[in-house]
Design a protein around this ligand. Structure first.
Ligand code: 5GP
Ligand code: SF4
Ligand code: MG
Length: 458
């Protein structure tokens, strides 16, 4: 997963972008970057490994001049976690530049890259996103939006993009609408961001989402739209509502907070926990779902787990060793809340089971008498090929085991998941128009042909 941000028409666009990236940090913590473009087409780029907050030096940001900028926070789903793979992708092109920031995963990138390489293209990274840049560079179309449209035809999978070609800012979403992309206004400027919380932080007003399949172009003449095909079948990622997006955001036009509360209420209806005395979240991702469960069940909501805020999202460590070490320093249990009680722990999802197993041990250690776990999404039984790091099937605990076995493996007294139908009924604008492949096995596209090379990012 990644976060993207773009703005055109505002002095100091890079500083605004920098601010926007702070609000997109949860979407990717491995690297961050900004490209700024001046009116004459002069462009500068900064990219850094690590967090936005410790990522850029003031002097480097000061070099980024101009009224147009795009930015990216990255968490690798295809391609290794190295500076070569940090975005925005930034290349010289016919005397100018192309810069591109991508959220999503292309499912036919390996094939497209093979075609390009056979014709002599040289790649600077292992990212799927670089394929799009090469295809833009090859386009003979005159207008930037037509170049992008040509580049994207034949590209399959998930992409929300912000792109600068010359001095034109472009924003695009794939025809399935897998990943969110909101647009807003800041004075005369147009702003694009993965989530509306990034519009809020810069003081921009939300206008609408970039539509599935749409390409929006902003240049000196203003904003224009190239609509997508009329009959798009939406496959918006339901996991954005469950886990990924921030609760203060709207994605796909719906409130993430409202979605999670509704998921929690639905979970309380489907999976009550008779005899339990309190309910609590695994902070922060399930806070709103636990609130919904408390509302639905009438159980008292407590804070039984305290999270260390100086530790990032455990999954965003690309290796298992990094993840294991982080689980232990991330949470502690509050004995006064737990001792002698029968408790319900609500979480948004169980992926590998590593974190959950550790948490249950913490709760027992703090004296919980019974631990009932309730999950505000169905069992994850398949990998995601559309931009979220739920990797090989062998690593997904619910793909290998029955629900009872998962319960035993994580050490709970009972385990209950939300149903697929319950989930789709609870999210805004449901139940249709969502991707739920990792839960249901219904993949809207052919999975990548060569999974190993897809994972390696090339
Ligand atoms: P597990 O027990 O599977 O190791 O971890 C479950 C936790 O991981 C949950 O608290 C959930 O919020 C979080 N999580 C679920 N899916 C993802 C994901 O795709 N990426 C990241 N970074 N965290 C996830
Ligand atoms: Fe989202 Fe799951 Fe579909 Fe991936 S497979 S896009 S995580 S719903
Ligand atoms: Mg969590």
């Amino acid at each position: 997963m990644c976060g993207i941000f773009g703005i055109r028409g505002c002095e100091d666009a890079a500083r605004v972008t920098h601010l926007g990236l702070y609000s997109l940090q949860h979407r990717g913590q491995e690297s961050a970057g900004i490209v700024a473009v001046e009116a004459d087409g002069t462009a500068q780029s900064v990219r850094k490994m690590g967090l936005v907050s410790d990522g850029f030096e003031e002097e480097r940001i000061a070099l980024l001049r101009g009224a147009t900028a795009i930015g990216h926070t990255r968490y690798s789903t295809a391609g290794a976690s190295t500076i070569d793979n940090a975005q925005p992708v930034f290349v010289r092109f016919r005397g100018g530049h192309i810069a591109l920031a991508h959220n999503g995963n292309l499912t036919n990138a390996v094939e497209l890259r093979g075609e390009l390489e056979a014709e002599g293209s040289i790649f600077a990274s292992t990212m799927d996103s670089e394929v799009i840049v090469h295809r833009i560079a090859r386009s003979r179309a005159l207008k930037p939006e037509d170049q992008l449209a040509e580049a994207l035809s034949g590209v399959e999978g998930a992409y929300s993009l912000v792109v600068v070609i010359g001095t034109t800012l472009l924003a695009a979403r794939d025809p399935h609408g897998w990943r969110p992309l909101a647009m807003g206004r800041l004075g005369d400027a147009w702003v694009f961001a993965s989530e509306t919380c990034a519009l809020d932080i810069v003081g921009a007003t939300y206008v609408r989402d970039v539509a599935a399949g749409e390409i929006v172009a902003v240049d000196a003449h203003g904003m224009r739209s190239l609509p997508g095909p009329a009959s798009t079948i939406l496959h918006r990622c339901v996991f954005e509502y469950i886990y990924f997006a921030r609760p203060d955001s709207r994605v796909f036009g719906g409130s993430v907070d409202r979605a999670r509360r509704a998921l929690g209420r639905q979970l309380a209806t489907e999976q009550p926990a008779p005899g339990a005395e309190i309910v609590f979240a695994v902070p922060d991702s399930s806070n709103a779902a636990a609130l919904g469960y408390a509302e639905g069940s009438g159980l008292q909501l407590e804070h039984a787990l305290i999270r260390n805020h100086y530790v990032g999202r455990t999954f965003i460590q690309p290796t298992q060793a990094g993840r294991d070490a982080k689980v232990k320093v991330k949470y502690n249990a509050v004995r006064e809340v737990l001792e002698g009680r029968s408790v319900v722990m609500v979480d948004d999802s169980i992926v590998r089971g590593t974190t959950t197993r550790g948490l249950v041990a913490l709760l027992r250690g703090a004296g919980a008498r019974e631990v009932h776990m309730r999950v505000s999404s169905p069992p994850i039984t398949g990998p995601c090929y559309y931009g979220i790091d739920t990797p090989e099937r062998e690593q997904l605990i619910a793909a290998r085991m029955s629900i009872e076995e998962v319960g035993r493996a994580i050490g709970v007294d009972s385990l209950g998941y939300l149903s697929l139908d319950g989930m789709l009924a609870a999210v805004p604008d449901g139940p249709g128009g969502f991707c739920h492949a990792c839960f249901s096995g219904q993949y809207p596209t052919q999975p990548p042909v060569d999974i190993k090379r897809y994972r390696a990012g090339g």
